[in-house]
Design a binder for this molecule. Sequence first.
Ligand code: BGC
Length: 768
Amino acid sequence: MCIKRAITILCSTGLLASTVYAQGKKPALNGQAKMNAFISQLMAKMSVDEKIGQLNLVTGGEATTGAVVSTNVEAKIKKGQIGGIFSLTTPAKIRRTQEIAVNSSRLHIPLIFGQDVVHGYKTAFPIPLALAASWDLPLIKHTARVAATEASADGINWTFSPMVDIARDPRWGRVAEGSGEDPYLGSEIAKVMVQGYQGDDLSKNNTIMACVKHFALYGAAEAGRDYNTTDMSLNRMYNEYLPPYKAALTAGAGSIMASFNDINGIPATANKWLLTDLLRKEWCFKGFVVSDYTGVTEMIEHGLGDLQQVSGRALNAGLDMDMVSDGFLTTLKKSLAEGKVSIASINTACRLILEAKYKLGLFDDPYRYCSEDRAKTEIFTPDHLTLARQAAAQTFVLLKNQNHTLPLKKAGTIAVVGPLGNTRTNMPGTWAVNADLANTPSLVEGLKAVAGDKATITYSLGSNLMADETQQTNGTMFGREIKRDTQTEQEVIADAVRDANKADVIVAALGEGSEMSGESSSRTNIEIPAVQQRLLAALLKTGKPVVLVLFTGRPLAIKWESDNVPAILNVWFGGTQAAYAIADVLFGEVNPSGKLPITFPQNVGQVPIYYSHKNTGRPLPDGGWFTKFRSNYLDVSNDPLYPFGYGLSYTNFSYGAIKLSGTKLKRGQGLNASVTVTNTGKVAGKEIVQLYLRDLEASITRPVKELKGFKKISLEPGESKEVIFTLTENELMFYNANLKYIAEPGDFNVFIGPNSRDVQTCKFNFSK
Ligand code: BGC
């Protein structure tokens, strides 16, 4: 339990500092006390209106991230009615806007400038789900660092990232924006992203404040439909869904965003249990809470009353900043007069927002992030592009590679076919609002550049993205164009087959358009669109080797493709340099090493499907099919198509037996679980060695496996390495029925392997 918020408020209002001062012992103020004193002095001068103004976040309207656009922004800034702006870029525009706040508002309080810097900035890195597939924490941190460098060079000091929502339903388009299904992997990634954005000093001009989102449980929307209700046991919440938010906050994230969904009947935006009891009292969070886009007004639609009622409820619950609703701005003063909210709540929220500005150094220099020079020299640099190319290659997952179809030789003719083969704008993926789309090569361009004059690369469209034009438009929004051919489907396929017949190998660039995943992009059919499947069937009929280069922002149900296509490389959406990276991997210059951070189902009916499920009292034996009175389906096995943690390489790795340093683990001690991994193939490669645990004697039902460690290693051909994991009581802990975080004595299974399915098992006993 931390010191209660009330005490924090007492301290942070400067009361303690002034008491000491009154006694005549003026101390040298430390950083925190200095900030408290500064803010107290400032707040003493602020009117209630000005305090409420700080709680108001508006959109600059440059990028469309919601349906409502803020109005009269300049006039409101002058009146001190705005605390921050998002979706405004470039040092010039931000400086001009900041000048209005600093020169024309009564108290000259600088604005905070936000943006969705989700996977890179102008240099777009792979979508977050893809980055998670790299399982490469230093690399992910590096991408966040570069994103912060570019964004801050363009005037931004606050990012709405990382998105850490655990997601196990691939119908939900926003699985693309997070790290997948697993709380452990998700937490590790959440931490490094925060560290990458914020660095070790938020006031440096190249660091930006992180905003963890979407708090909470947004990834558990019913039926995978965006913005939908969530309802979950506390047990599942604490053990499976909350850890990544907590990890990001523990890593120091300065802010957090309330999610759109309701939780047990109360929207997160006004959920006191969530925003105060859990976040402040239990987790001791000291930063500020912002709503999501119009999250406050949307509570009217949720059926919680009018704008005044919902705004008051949100503030009382612990929401500090209102994004775009103007609800705080237009109703809180009235609610204050009517006794429905307190000045203490307004003061607390205002203080937290001013503290964020202070930590960012904005009171020292409001133009700290407005350097034209930095914008010219630190954005889209050769170094950043090199990193983007390297990072993308680490995220691709080789799902199938029959008869060594891959890598391709740089020789002969390669026919690239498919609606995703020659589009630049679709490469960066969803939420790449600042990506430089024009300078993002298409797959064909990337292949040509990497193949040089050694191979001939041809291109044909082969099919539209989707047969239905309206659906294609909806899946290619925000300038993410894919050419449409107005000939009949048969004619378009025939053109492609003609080209393919002249080639030595076919690269089928198929899957989703970049806006078919992401916000408000839920799908009930998670297959490759039917028109593309028909193209693929025609390509296979040519008898030429076919490589499916699969673009997707979610797990797709690709059972037919998996059964029929010899090679499948899942490339997600790989960012600015994806095309080169795909070429690097297709030609074998980089050996693929990505592993799935989320399960691929056989069909949508298995959803939600995730590896860390409970066993039930009637489990199906491993590899089993239908058995009456077992937990299974009549029409499909329980197995996923590709399990969590799965991914192939151009080489093979063999795993020696697990060695345990003992069979007993005692509290305060460690137990080593190790395995020797050998590269038995002909090329160097990277392997992600995974460790899972199962509690066999717990007080509550526990998952059949939980990831508790992983190591990414590089091995030359013939080389072996011993990979050692040290298990302690920490790895065994979970929240019990009373939500107490404990490790219980008893037997545990430890599993080690290349994915969550193909593991070896040992047993050990834990005692106190
Ligand atoms: C999204 C958030 C995003 C915000 C601001 C909302 O629609 O849910 O993830 O940060 O818009 O763009």
